[in-house]
Design a protein around this ligand. Structure first.
Ligand code: SF4
Length: 781
């Protein structure tokens, strides 16, 4: 691999000494490697965090496969190098290279950098620096790659706006291709300035250099001057119909365990519940559902193409997906025999139903996180979280009654109007929940995850002050002092990091020099607890004359010009202010997907509107059971099978003590080349997934967490090439060893190869087997 690439050869030699070398190997199964000679536009998709975080990002997988479908474009991936790898590259004066072709970033036409959250800003600088590029867009030349950003944080990108040539505000599926087509046709034929002017005409595209900010003496913005005629603001981009929007069916299979190590299918985008602290709930409006049939088809393909044994149904509010119970049942019915489990993201308290729990526990009990957010009814009214303590305790009772032992709660501390009574109530509610669960088992635990509230742009709390670090500690101590049970574990976020997030969340362009200063002092991976370096950040802010309390602890006036006021213009600022007033009056704003429009301004009611799928349910008089006034409802007939079924899995039955014994095989394999750098657990997972993709009818253990019956010998040392090692696999019934070899070799990643397979008479441990004399014959190819 890459034998003519001296940069990669130098990196490859050093990787055994680097932490988690599999992060940098690339060329995973289902990744795409194109011939550079026949491509017009090369795009590096850069994620400013570690491989295992970036590979969990669904947006990256969507854009990667979408761009690579284009015959004249290629997309390759780059993740932020961990500290030791960055140090190695600097020592050896090597550039950062892409995972697919191992090409330095500077040779791409476009660097597309994700903006997932505020505390990745220093890593953006690492990516630019190791690409050999100037930080500021104005300092980069005509021949340098265009640097384009997008993602959650692009809704207020101002602290890093000067580093980017362009940013995409909103959904990327359509706009990204439109942008790349414009760049493909006009790059190198006209000046960068003219090209940026063309990009500005695409809905959702923000060119920071076309806006100039002016400030008052007190530091607030006096006005924002548009520098391109007719370009006064940017409307966010929104995919109107999620069901017809592209979704990959062959996601890349990571080399190492990633944060969300499962098939992830986005079933719904947007949420219109109106929780007043939740930025995602406002910026991704309206609610758009993917049809259950499409979801089932994607799951079917993704499981077959990855060998994953878990599916995650992704949504901001999974319980609002109208067909959730039926969808979970259908998925479990279809994939149960292959031991594929389902997990769901954190849910609203009242939406985790017994029917959902029943489906989840059919394969394995994946954990639950439920999000009360606040512990008193008063506080929940302020944030428009319309659920009660009774709802929570009912759900807790059901979870523990159904046999779960661990439950995670998610609370926010520091919300507007919060009192000490609201804070202490978190511990009290945790205790009540524990006592409720202990009726079913003494052996249970509850984790209380505590985030510290950071006011976000485009929410009703965008004008509110955030509490100071000292106050955050005081309130956390209030909870700690009230915690009276050992089985209630407090998991708070670090106050300093929440404060830093607060600086950038509502920050402006004057913060860019401080980000550079902090980066020069060594700040990296600021979201990671082990890398937290708040003292360096403090020094950087002082050096750059930044008063952080101006950004964090100051209330804003209603008519103050906010740094993001020229972006995302559909949502009315006046409407957000009314929501803020409603919060202080503790009044409820209803869900517009169920009742009337509350006139936030996002929908045009033609293309852009709430869209849901429902199995038709009728009341006694024949009317639709659930009436939604503003939502376009498409019906799924539950009696119709999915028309899109294209993949038939062989249906293996779970092993039981009544089944006839399976056939065991001793498999001899080698692990060389890039595969020598897999850790033992990474290797085990590669084998398990290859077995699943090859549709080998492996037997599973019994019990609550069935595992495929594959046994491995001693752990294999990272970096060492292995000529001959062994594992044992037990499968249902007889199988030709040659078939087993052929099928598995077709699925292993580069460097793992099965050489011989020998039938053995029982599923023993390797040690026992080796101690026996075995006269059987090898089957080799
Ligand atoms: S415009 Fe109306 S229907 Fe659309 S998201 Fe806003 S409140 Fe809901």
């Amino acid at each position: 691999m890459n034998s003519f690439n001296p940069i990669w050869e130098a990196i490859d030699r050093a990787l055994p000494q680097i932490r988690k070398p599999s992060r940098y190997l690339g060329n995973e199964k289902n990744s795409v490697k194109k011939d550079w000679a026949h491509i017009d536009l090369k795009i590096a998709l850069c994620y400013p965090d570690a491989y295992e975080i970036g590979m969990s990002n669904i947006g990256i997988q969507i854009l990667y496969h979408l761009l690579n479908r284009h015959p004249h474009m290629l997309a390759e991936r780059v993740f932020a190098p961990w500290l030791d790898f960055e140090q190695f590259l600097r020592q050896e004066k090597l550039p950062l290279v892409s995972l697919e072709s191992k090409v330095p970033l500077r040779q791409f036409d476009v660097l597309g950098i994700s903006l997932p959250y505020e505390l990745t800003y220093t890593n953006i600088l690492t990516l630019l620096d190791l690409a050999g590029l100037s930080f500021y867009a104005k300092d980069r030349g005509e021949k340098d790659p265009l640097v384009i950003g997008g993602g959650n944080n692009a809704f207020n990108p101002e602290p890093v706006a000067d580093f980017f040539d362009a940013l995409l505000i909103g959904d990327g599926e359509e706009a990204c291709l439109e942008m790349m087509e414009v760049i493909r046709h006009h790059r190198h034929r006209e000046t960068k300035q003219k090209l940026l002017g063309r990009l500005a005409s695409i809905r959702g595209v923000y060119i920071p250099s076309f806006f100039k900010f002016y400030y008052k003496n007190g530091g607030t913005i006096s006005h924002v001057e548009p520098l391109l005629e007719g370009y006064k603001g940017v409307q966010k981009r929104s995919v109107s119909d999620l069901d017809t929007s592209y979704y990959p069916k062959k996601p890349i299979i990571p080399h190492t365990k990633i944060i969300h190590d499962r098939v992830g299918v986005e079933v719904q985008r947007g949420c219109v519940r109106g929780c007043r602290f939740c930025q995602a709930g406002y910026i991704y409006r309206p609610e758009r559902q993917r049809s259950p049939d499409t979801v089932k088809e994607i799951v079917r393909h993704q499981i077959r193409n990855t060998g994953q044994d878990a599916v995650s149904l992704v949504s901001l509010s999974i319980g609002d997906y109208d067909c959730i119970s039926q969808l979970m049942k259908d998925l479990m019915d279809e994939h149960l025999s292959r031991h594929v489990g389902i997990s769901i993201p954190s849910t609203r308290v009242e939406q985790l139903t017994p029917a959902m729990m029943e489906e989840i526990k059919r394969v394995r009990k994946t954990g639950f996180t439920i999000a009360p957010e606040a512990a008193t009814e008063r506080m929940r009214r302020v944030i428009n979280k319309g659920n009660s303590e009774g709802d929570l305790l009912t759900t807790v009772n059901e979870v523990f009654k159904n046999g779960w032992r661990l439950l995670k709660f998610y609370f926010l501390v520091g919300l507007p109007t919060e009192t000490d009574e609201d804070v202490s109530a978190i511990a009290a509610l945790g205790l009540k929940s524990l006592r409720t669960g202990e009726v079913h088992s003494r052996n249970i635990e509850i984790n209380l995850g505590i985030s510290l509230f950071v006011p976000k742009p485009f929410t009703p709390f965008q004008w509110e002050p955030q509490i100071s670090i000292e106050e955050m500690y005081r309130r956390l101590n209030l909870i700690k002092r009230s915690l009276k049970a050992r089985k209630l574990r407090l998991k708070p976020h670090i106050p300093e990091m929440s404060y830093l997030e607060g600086v950038f969340s509502r920050g402006d362009r004057r913060l860019a020099p401080a980000i550079i200063s902090a980066w020069k002092k060594g700040c990296r991976f600021d979201e990671w607890e082990e890398c937290a370096a708040f003292e360096k950040w403090k020094e950087a802010f002082i050096e750059c004359g930044i008063d952080t309390s101006f950004y964090v602890e100051r209330p804003r006036e209603k008519d103050e010009i906010l740094p993001w006021d020229h972006l995302f213009v559909e949502m009315k600022k006046e409407w957000l202010w009314k929501e803020r007033e409603a919060a202080f009056k503790e009044s409820f704003t209803h869900d517009c997907s169920v009742e009337s429009c509350t006139t936030c301004g996002v929908c045009d009611y033609k293309d852009v509107r709430n869209r849901a799928y429902e199995h038709p349910l009728y009341d006694e008089e024949g009317r639709l059971f659930k009436k939604k006034t503003t939502t376009e409802i498409r019906h799924q007939d539950p009696s119709c099978p999915s028309p899109a079924i294209a993949v038939d899995f062989p249906q293996a039955s779970p092993a039981s003590s009544l089944d006839p014994p399976g056939q065991s095989f001793l498999c001899q394999f080698s692990k060389k080349g890039p595969a020598r750098l897999f850790g033992f657990l990474e290797f085990v997972e590669h084998v398990r997934r290859a077995v699943a993709r090859a549709e080998i009818p492996v037997r599973f253990s019994e019990g609550f967490h069935p595992h495929p019956r594959i046994k491995f010998g001693d752990a294999l040392k990272v970096g060492q090439e292995i000529e001959e090692a062994l594992f044992i696999i037990e499968i249902e019934g007889p199988m030709e060893p040659t078939i087993l070899i052929e099928h598995l070799n077709g699925q292993f990643p580069e460097g793992i190869r099965l050489h011989s397979v020998r039938p053995i008479d029982s599923f023993l441990s390797l040690q026992k087997l080796m101690s026996r004399s075995m006269a059987a014959h090898d089957i080799s190819i």
